[in-house]
Write a protein that binds this ligand. Structure first.
Ligand SMILES: [Fe+2]
Length: 390
């Protein structure tokens, strides 16, 4: 993360004696990224974090990429998806994947989890399309609402509690797993890590957990850990939320898509101006309501383009996307490298003279090809590849 933060009680100096009320030592745990060269935090546990009561077993959970599909412009009409599973983990349906990331939808029916979860190999990013709630983790209680990105570093033990929605609206989320750290954009930061003046967001827009949760009761606490294509289930004899304090740069946080300040110009600005996050071999961009280009002869619709070394995924969150036809709220398009893509017929002329857009979309651009999964096939719009042909 971009700045130092702490919650609870920590000793004045790291790696020194820090004692509990009964005189015994608290258990320090360093959680670090990039080996010992990336950002890290120091956690102070009431109980030994290495102690487990029981290993229950491991169940396969790997997704299989479909590598024999033809190269096609793809529309996944996930706007039709309703409940995709019971709890927050069960409801995740991975639709697109490669070795760097997976992209899933998650529309759970259950609002609470009776176990903890940890992704042992991937950072996670949720985009909250509908719903609100809390991430309850070792780092504390983190509020999220509609329009938030929630970033959870790998190895964070957490559970999710969604708010009850009296009007019956379902929770809908976009979930990205990254097999490398998800970070703020390097070109937005100065040498010391502070977000620069030209960055479309700043530290004030980034929200760390607000309240530490210290649970010291003993009992049976189930923790499911995802690693290597399996879900490994453990029972701890204490709650994993047993911290009295922590400090550092590594922690879950939220940032709202509505706090992304768009960069606009006289002529069409390229996708990098929309960049929100970076990870190894992919980026995440936010397309937000903004004024259109103001050159007297400007064409607000994008030009045709060939991303020769990237696959471009767009998740249509809100509003009407001016260059696309036949796309609904909550759908995805995948425009793969190797084929040019561009506005639908008629949309270029139609865009001329328009002053602003109210669209909201999340883009994931991967630098290696993405593959559909079996779960994606039910959403494939067979007509989309021919939709530029009048
Ligand atoms: Fe594009």
């Amino acid at each position: 993360m971009a700045f130092y933060y702490k919650l609870g009680n920590i000793p004045p100096k790291r790696h020194t004696q820090f004692r509990q009320p009964d005189g015994s030592l608290y258990f320090e745990e360093l959680v670090s990224s990039h080996g010992f060269s990336g950002i890290y935090s120091n956690l102070y546990h009431t109980y030994m974090p290495t102690r487990i009561k029981k290993m229950v077993g491991s169940t396969p959970c790997a997704n299989i990429p479909l590598k024999d599909r033809p190269l096609l412009q793809t529309h996944l009409n996930t706007s039709i998806s309703e409940i995709t599973g019971k709890d927050f983990l069960d409801a995740r349906k991975v639709l697109l994947m490669n070795n760097d990331c997976t992209i899933a939808i998650c529309n759970p029916s259950e609002k609470k989890m009776d176990y903890f979860y940890k992704n042992g190999e991937a950072d996670e990013m949720f985009y909250i399309h509908d719903g609100s709630g809390y991430v309850l983790s070792q780092f504390g209680k983190l509020r999220f609402v509609k329009g938030d990105y929630v970033i959870i570093p790998r190895t964070t033990i957490y559970k999710i509690e969604f708010d009850d929605t009296p009007n019956g609206n379902n929770v809908r989320m976009l979930v990205v797993e990254a097999f490398s750290p998800i970070e703020t954009v390097k070109s937005y930061r100065n040498d010391l890590g502070q977000l620069l003046e030209h960055s479309p967001y700043c530290e004030r827009d980034i929200h760390p957990p607000q309240e530490l949760l210290t649970e010291i009761e003993k009992g049976d606490f189930v923790v499911k850990i995802k690693k290597g294509g399996y879900m490994h289930e453990y029972v701890y004899e204490h709650s994993p939320l047993d911290l009295v304090g922590w400090d550092g740069f590594l922690y879950p946080y939220t940032i709202s898509i509505h706090d992304f300040e768009p960069i606009t110009g006289r002529i069409h600005q390229p996708p990098p101006v929309h960049q929100m996050f970076q990870a190894h071999n992919f980026v995440v961009c936010s397309f937000v309501p903004r004024l259109f280009d103001y050159h007297p002869l400007a064409i607000p619709a994008p030009y045709n383009h060939s991303n020769i070394d990237s696959d471009e995924v767009l998740f249509y969150a809100e509003g009407e996307f001016m260059s696309r036809k036949g796309i609904s709220r909550g759908s995805f398009t995948l425009h793969p490298g190797g084929l040019p893509h561009g506005p639908h017929p008629g949309t270029v002329e139609k865009s001329i003279g328009k002053k602003e857009t109210h669209e909201l979309a999340v883009m994931v651009d991967t630098f290696h090809p993405l593959f559909l999964t079996e779960d994606a096939l039910q959403f494939v719009d067979e007509k989309y590849p021919m939709s530029w042909t009048e």
